[in-house]
Design a protein around this ligand. Sequence first.
Ligand code: ADP
Length: 476
Amino acid sequence: MILALDEGTTSARTLAFAPDGRVLALSQEEFPQSYPQPGWVEHDAEEIWAAQKRTLDFVVGQVGAGSVAAIGITNQRETVVVWDAKTGRPLAPAIVWQCRRTSALCRQLRDEGVEPWVRERTGLLLDPYFSGTKMRWLLENIPGLREKARRGEARFGTVDSFLLWRLTGGRVHATDATNASRTQLMDLKTRQWDDELLSLFGVPRESLPLILPSDGDFGTTILAGREVPIRAVLGDQQAALYGQGCFSPQMAKNTYGTGCFLLKNVGENLPTPPDGLLATLAWEKSGQGPIYALEGAVFVAGAAVQWLRDGLGILESAGESEALARSVSDTGGVSFVPAFTGLGAPYWNPDVRGLICGLTRGTTRAHLVRAALEAIAHQSADLVEAMGGIARLRVDGGAANNDLLLQLQADFLGVPVERTATTELTAWGVARLAAEAVGLTIDAQQLAPTVFSPTLEASARQQARIAWHDAVQRAL
Ligand code: ADP
């Protein structure tokens, strides 16, 4: 069997997969979030490790270590951990991907005019989201850290690197190319740390992990007295892309959670991302070279449904949104642009705020809820269009349990939408890669999807899209 360590933003999980793809054991533990100032988000890496280790021990306690062939790790991306090279102790709180503390630094760097070449080399934008400015902030603000890093006594990494360090007893300081592609320190073409980027963010090369292919040899760990190889590491969105089986160019997946993450496989050639979209690494397999992806995010997706529930109180639960939205045949002319925190691609406007328009005396909460589901589908369709279209879309995430949402998605895109039977796409993706790395396969039979086919005529689709874009224009 294969163990997958799935280290997310709010919880750590361990899953054991059988060769036939079944989940034999699963353990999950939440860890604390810390918000020390407005816009700041931190984790204690020690708590992440403790939670991850307990879930691992629990699963090994259930299924034993005797038949574990390999371990795969998938993780929240961009979050930065810095630890002592001797003791392995964190030297500062981990700065989480959501943390906005480096906004001013990003603005300053943009004003200095460096964004075009940073974007060309990394595929990313100058945004606090990525690791580069987070590392620079730590080096400038944690007393003594810069000197420690220069003397080779500090280690930086994304969460995968920290877990690898701990799992291997400090023998391995490595990361995989997908995680490295989110740091803003790696050249997307060479898949190596780039001297100019390191100097821009002030990060000493000695403090960074070795970049390995996603199915590389990441060392071994001891489980119940047995040495087990760690043979795959992938960032969480890339693991979902792999788990969805999006192996050929033009195949895409969308994850519907709080926000949406849409990734499209674009093959072996480094893409030039359209405005507002990111170019990133889909994965790199040993001896096979890189596969690239385009990535786009919708900031507010399931969160719009959450807002209807908690902010307006017109829903009891997120799940109830489907039945309520189905109780009307359309939104009655209502459009809802949930731009609570600005709009991403292709509008890329951080200052725009939300809007509900087209209200009449006949508008009911059902219309509002339906408009919220439509907004999730329209925003995702905007990303797909910015990416140059797709032939079909594979979907996962909590809100993908909503059949109406997926039907609307198929209708607005005009292509089939496929939902796999398993919800564990991220863990499954990295488990599958780890299995392949040790010459095994995990059966994908149980992934037979439910397909939502488009039902709208082209003209009706166009009309729906125009109404959405009109509403966005009003909000902008
Ligand atoms: P995350 O991993 O981002 O926390 P999840 O994948 O757990 O998100 O999905 C939770 C989000 O999906 C919430 O924002 C919730 O409002 C939304 N959601 C969950 N179930 C449904 C549903 N049946 N219909 C619409 N939205 C849903």
